[in-house]
Design a protein around this ligand. Structure first.
Ligand SMILES: C[S@@+](CC[C@H](N)C(=O)[O-])C[C@H]1O[C@@H](n2cnc3c(N)ncnc32)[C@H](O)[C@@H]1O
Length: 251
């Protein structure tokens, strides 16, 4: 079953983060691009034929390709907890025989392990053209994204959202949320699996059958991302979003 992203505004977000809104003539790789919402953004200046998308969800790619046949769509059968539980762990990126002026990944490493993020960012950097830019998002658990509109930090927001989603499924999440918040409060990074299974600074996730691999939300503090990626510029969210951005430029 395909996961179809309904998120919009990704081009607006990345163009603001990299400080350039004219991407015409640039080759763009949308890593984990799903059905290609980056192109659907009304502000997008990316040309259809200059857009490449790699994703672990074959069905999403097929939908994207049906809409944008001149773009380039690549299935990547790599394991991912929810998005591709039958995939191959640690699979290397498909060869594209191409380098890119922009490589972006919106809300992809917010759903993978840290090991996956480090491996994949390293491989994506190898696909940058000279003077190319790689930009990918992450979520800081302790950051307050919407002060005045929402009382809590990003981690609390996620827990509230999980409660809401459980209600929509017709069930009740009766986990002790304040206890999870206390455990998370000093963490540099953490994983929240299947709504309430919390891992603090470890990715040693207990075994789940593939059909029980529902969600795996990864969080990193801004400070910790600067340690993981010392050559990156780490930027706060823009566009009224909750996701920070890591920008790596190849000189
Ligand atoms: C939350 S969705 C975001 C989709 C898209 N970037 C957007 O903003 O609409 C995460 C996407 O990342 C993809 N994904 C997860 N792990 C991946 C990996 N290791 N390689 C490529 N894509 C991956 C998923 O299949 C899914 O399409």
């Amino acid at each position: 079953m395909a996961f179809v992203s309904t998120k919009m505004g990704q081009f607006t977000y990345f163009s603001r983060q990299v400080g350039e809104s004219v991407w015409r003539g640039k080759k763009v790789l949308d890593f984990g691009g799903n059905i290609g919402n980056l192109l659907r953004d009304p502000n997008s200046t990316i040309e259809e034929e200059h857009y490449w998308c790699i994703d672990v969800d074959q069905n999403a790619l097929e939908r994207g390709q049906a809409f944008y046949p001149k773009s380039h769509w690549f299935f990547y059968n790599r394991y991912c907890f929810f998005f591709n539980p039958h995939g191959v762990p640690n699979l290397t990126l498909p060869g594209l025989d191409q380098t890119f002026d922009y490589i972006v990944a919106y809300s992809v490493f917010t759903n993978t392990t840290q090991t996956d993020m480090l491996q994949l960012v390293n491989q994506l950097e190898g696909l940058l053209a000279n003077h190319g830019t790689l930009a990918f998002t992450f979520i800081d658990p302790h950051y307050f994204s919407w002060p005045g509109q929402y009382h809590g930090n990003n981690f609390q927001w996620r827990l509230d959202r999980e409660k809401e989603l459980a209600r929509e499924r017709g069930s009740i999440l009766d986990t002790d949320m304040p206890a999870l918040i206390r455990r998370a409060q000093d963490a540099d990074w953490l994983l929240l699996v299947n709504s309430d299974d919390l891992y603090i600074e470890t990715e040693d996730i207990q075994p789940y059958e593939p059909d029980r691999q529902r969600t795996c939300h990864a969080f990193y503090t801004e400070k910790y991302m600067k340690i993981l990626f010392p050559h990156a510029t780490v930027l706060p969210p823009v566009n009224n979003e909750m996701q920070h951005c890591c920008v790596i430029r190849k000189s």
